[in-house]
Design a protein around this ligand. Structure first.
Ligand code: HEM
Length: 516
């Protein structure tokens, strides 16, 4: 997505007026009437069937495929561009029938309807996705595992693991133990950036890969209990660290193709599928090498560390060693691209809003522990350019949603990036205004005027991101070191964001980093 696209979306508050099928007023009425009846399917009064939800037309066998071919009504659009065309054409609830082995999806653009589904979830919310990893963990690995991890498990096994790791990973005091080492990583990254800079204060080459190294080094200290060495310029070519970095990079590339594009691996073992299985295997083995090393260090330090000083890996190992290894793998899987791309977007928004950058720098230099403006800048960046554009659930019961009957086991997408760019949720949505997260309720910009279901960068409820506190600490630490050391500039056009499973910031990386 280019930034101009973001600006275009922001002007979309009037779009509803041009719905072909349901003008906005009519939709609001329908929404209001049907929201009263939210609890159980027994309450469901006469609703229209799911098949009547507006959406691209379908043909037998191929479903709506023709719309998604180049030149079709949707074409190859993904991410926010796909959200936009669906919303503009069909309105706040859209159905895309299943095709090529993919199930039917319902897209929601109405914050109240998102709230209705998410608030109505059972104690076992289901978030489908990452099927190749799920296949690896559930079918490929022998002997079969009972626990496969938070990303891939559902129902009772997911609940058991989540209940065990919640008190460890979401406890602010435990997360805070990493403040020092994450700051070390941030400072090493600043030194690396200085060494990579050219005479024009630019960092040539794949700056996204550099940010991935920072993110992997950061999450690695938490997941694997120690520094990996990603930022070390003299890392030996045959070191496990180098292989781990390469492995995770390749996994992300492959997962995009296998899980988010039409792929035949579900029918036979394609070349990419075989490669992914090999990479998943290696990631497990490499994680185990690091975890073994950490276990030795923990053994050595036994008796010298109080319960309050025990880190996340140590606490998870006390619960169950297998679980600690799986959780480490999930952290590496979910914690690298997410944090790296959020920081890339934040740097861009600070660069093109130098007054906000200066305000942030003043707060950082004052060493204000509350870091309110810093937190607000990151929140605002995640509102405008979130790395995850929408979230997903498979319903665990029936709903009556906006006048339509949604059966159990239906896949629903909550388009929170699009919702967060709507004028009636966040006024002046295309402007980077961190202050909106800090003002009082009487301010027209106050974030509290938006539905909490419009902007959910870390998801919702029992299944929300388990790494959100760790990610926040990593990003706050690094962004504050960035503005302390550099005046961040931008010499290019709009930021180039490409949607795959995530929103990826792609080159050209026209940042400049002048010493302060
Ligand atoms: C900016 C950084 C990040 C963002 C925006 C982000 C966003 C998300 C979102 C939207 C979900 C889905 C939540 C839901 O279904 O309601 C999620 C799940 C998850 N995230 Fe993150 N994440 C980030 C960083 C991290 C990090 C650093 C870790 C590693 C500790 C992590 C680990 C996970 C895991 C394991 C899940 C699955 C949780 C479950 O299903 O129980 N994430 N994340």
């Amino acid at each position: 997505m280019q930034m101009s696209r973001l600006r275009a979306c922001a002007g979309l508050s009037t779009i509803n007026a041009v719905f072909k099928h349901e003008p906005r007023a009519a939709m609001k009425l329908i929404t209001a009437n049907f929201h009263q009846d939210t609890t159980t399917a027994d309450n469901v009064v006469a609703t229209r069937p799911l098949e009547e939800i507006p959406g691209p037309s379908s043909l037998p066998l191929i479903g709506p495929l023709l719309h998604f071919l180049p030149g079709g009504s949707i074409g190859t659009r993904v991410g926010i561009e796909l959200s936009e065309v669906l919303y503009k054409t069909y309105g706040p609830i859209v159905r895309i029938d299943g095709m090529l082995g993919k199930p039917t999806f319902i897209f929601l653009y109405d914050a109240d309807a998102c709230a209705q589904v998410l608030r109505g979830e059972s104690t076992y919310p289901v978030r489908p996705g990452f099927q190749s990893l799920e296949y690896y963990r559930k079918e490929y690995v022998k002997p079969k595992q009972e626990l496969t991890g938070l990303i891939t498990d559902h129902g009772e096994p997911w609940k058991a693991m989540r209940s065990a790791v919640n008190p460890v990973m979401l406890k602010p005091k435990t997360v805070q133990l990493y403040a020092h080492v994450l700051d070390e990583v941030a400072q090493d990254m600043i030194a690396r950036m200085k060494s990579l800079r050219d005479e024009n204060n630019k960092i040539p080459g794949d700056f996204d890969v550099e940010l991935n190294k920072w993110a992997l080094e950061s999450i690695g200290t938490v997941a694997l209990g120690g520094r990996i060495g990603c930022l070390d310029p003299n890392l030996p070519a045959d070191s496990p660290a180098r292989e781990l970095i390469q492995n995770i990079h390749e996994i992300f590339q492959l997962v995009q193709d296998l899980d988010f594009k039409p792929s035949l691996w579900r029918y036979y073992s394609t070349k990419n599928f075989k490669k992914a299985m090999y990479l998943f295997d290696r990631q497990m083995e490499l994680s185990k090498i690091y975890i073994k090393r950490a276990v030795k260090d923990i053994e050595k330090a036994k008796g010298t560390v109080s319960a309050n000083e025990k880190g996340i890996l140590e606490k998870l190992l006390e619960v169950d060693e297998n679980m600690a290894v799986i959780m480490a793998s999930d952290m590496l899987f979910a914690g690298v691209d997410t944090a790296a791309n959020t920081v890339l977007a934040t740097m861009y928004l600070l660069a093109v809003n130098p007054d906000k950058q200066q305000k942030l720098r003043e707060e950082v230099l004052q060493q204000d522990d509350k870091q309110r403006y810093l937190k607000a800048c990151i929140k605002e960046s995640m509102r405008m350019l979130p790395v995850v554009s929408g979230n997903l659930r498979r319903t665990t019961r029936e709903y009556n949603l906006m006048g339509y009957h949604i059966p159990n086991n239906t896949n629903i997408i909550f388009n929170h990036q699009y919702l967060s760019l709507m004028e009636d949720q966040f006024p002046r949505p295309a402007e980077f205004i961190p202050e909106r997260w800090l003002t009082t309720a009487d301010d027209p910009l106050h974030h509290g005027r938006a539905s909490p279901f419009a902007n959910m960068p870390f998801g919702f409820g029992a299944r929300q991101c388990i790494g959100k506190r760790i990610a926040a600490l990593e990003m706050e630490t690094f962004v504050s070191r960035l503005v302390e050391n550099f005046e961040i500039g931008w010499e290019g056009g709009d930021l180039n964001v490409v949607s795959n499973s995530l929103n990826y910031v792609k080159g050209p990386f026209d940042y400049t980093f002048k010493d302060i």
